[in-house]
Structure formats: C-alpha cells, structure tokens
Design a binder for this molecule. Sequence first.
Ligand code: COA
Length: 255
Amino acid sequence: MENILIAVENRIATITINRPSKLNALNKATIAELSQAIDDVENNQKVRVVILTGSGEKAFVAGADISEFADFSPEQGKELARLGQESLFDKVENCSKPIIAAVNGFALGGGLELAMAAHFRIASDNARVGLPEVSLGVIPGYGGTQRLPQLIGKGRAMEMIMTAGMIDAATAHSYGLVNHVVTSEELIPTCEKIAGKIMKNSPVAIGAAIDAVNAGYVDGINGYQTEIDCFGASFGTDDFKEGTTAFLEKRKAQF
Ligand code: COA
C-alpha cells in the first residue's frame, strides 16, 4: 500500500491515510487501498476494532483529490461518486467490525464523508470539519447529503452544505457529529480506550447490531424487522451461550 498504513496491535487495526503533503486528500489510489484495507480487517480474525485516522497533525482528510476530477464530464463525475460510494463509503458503514474515525484535523468534503461513514467519530480539539463542495460548483458525492442530515438533522446539514463553511470541534460536538473532543495527544489513546470497552462484548452481536442500526436508514427495509431477525439469530450463536452462561456463573464472558 502506497497511501495508507495499517498496524494491528492488541486486536485493534489502525488504518492511517498517509498523504500528508496533500493533507491526505483521497485520490483514486487511496480509495482503492482503503477499500482493500477494509476487506482485510473484515477478514482478519485478529482484528476486533478499527481506528481510521490521518497522518500528520493538520488533517484527517482534506477531501477528494480535486486535481483528479477538475476536468471530468458529467458521466465521469457520476461514475466517480458511484464507484467511491460502492467500493469504500458503504463498505465502511457496513463493516461488521466497529470503525471509529479519529478526526485529527481537517475533515473536509470526502474526508468528512469518510468520517461519517465510520460508526462513530472522536475529534481532536484542532479538528475543523465541513462540506465545501458547493464552493467548487459540485455537491457532496460520497454520501454527505444523506449522512450529514441523519447525524445532525436537516436544518443544520442544509446550513453546513449551503454555506460550505467549516465548524470547529466544539461545534461538531454540540451538533452530535463527533462523540468526544480531546487533545491531539489524547486522540488515539481515547479511541483505544473505547475500543477496549467494545472488545469486552460479543463481536458477533456487535456485527448484528451494526446491521440492525444501518437497516433503519435503507429505503425499503424495515429496521424493526431486521432487528427481530438479528435478535433471533443471536440465540443460535456460541457468543450468546457464552454470554448468558457467564452471567449465570457470575464470571466475565470470554468472547
Ligand atoms: N485535493 C487535492 N489537493 C489538496 C486538497 C484536495 N482536496 N486539499 C489540500 N490539498 C493540497 C494542496 O493543493 C497543497 O498541495 P501543494 O503543496 O502541492 O500546493 C497541500 O495539500 C497543502 O494544502 P494547502 O492548501 O497549502 O494548506 P492550507 O493550510 O493553506 O489550507 C485547507 C488547508 C484544508 C483549508 C485547504 O487545503 C483546502 O481548502 N483544501 C480543499 C478542501 C476542499 O475543498 N475539499 C473538498 C474537495 S471535494
């Protein structure tokens, strides 16, 4: 991989987007590598939680790489969005392993869209986030028009998208866009601490919970029915036997 780094330690995979000279902008190659990395962590039995972050102190991801699409036709633009959504952003959202975005600086355009596709977000206090696409004459194309209203409500999302402005970490926190704001030094340790709490629980049940929560946001799918199905399926798993047996035996479950 040329544009990303992957480290697996203590069952946590940290994926770092590593193009600091371009503020980690998402070019085609980086998107392809990230897509491959998500497949790899999904299939790696040693990985239970994923932390996604950016290299350097300045940026998580400053957006899609503008230099790559500046001369695109409408058809090419449509294909860019479709391919990106299918190959990466939807894959991140639907990964069965929790993906935490550690937003360590600018998260703009495709960068904020990537953070929003993750299951939740923690920000450093220097983070600034926004969807500046309309200032370039386009609209968000990697799910931003859908996920931002889901996360912060339609009115705030409309304002952010229409003004193309950036909000600081404290505002993002007050909007519920990021769950916690910490110093840069504390960012990865905080993500690891939360990952530690997650890893005490059943990975199979967590994967099913991700499915059920996401189902509520898919047109034509009844999230309540998905919940019933996933809830029922849990009863057939080894994790359910272990979890309930451990409780009754007054010991900690080993998942
Ligand atoms: N695509 C391509 N290159 C990008 C980029 C992007 N989205 N964001 C930053 N870069 C590049 C810059 O072109 C510059 O490269 P260079 O040194 O070869 O000229 C380098 O990253 C550093 O960025 P720079 O603009 O010099 O840093 P800054 O501190 O002055 O400004 C930002 C930081 C984030 C405000 C500014 O880079 C920016 O506005 N980026 C674009 C954000 C955007 O519109 N994203 C949405 C894309 S759809």
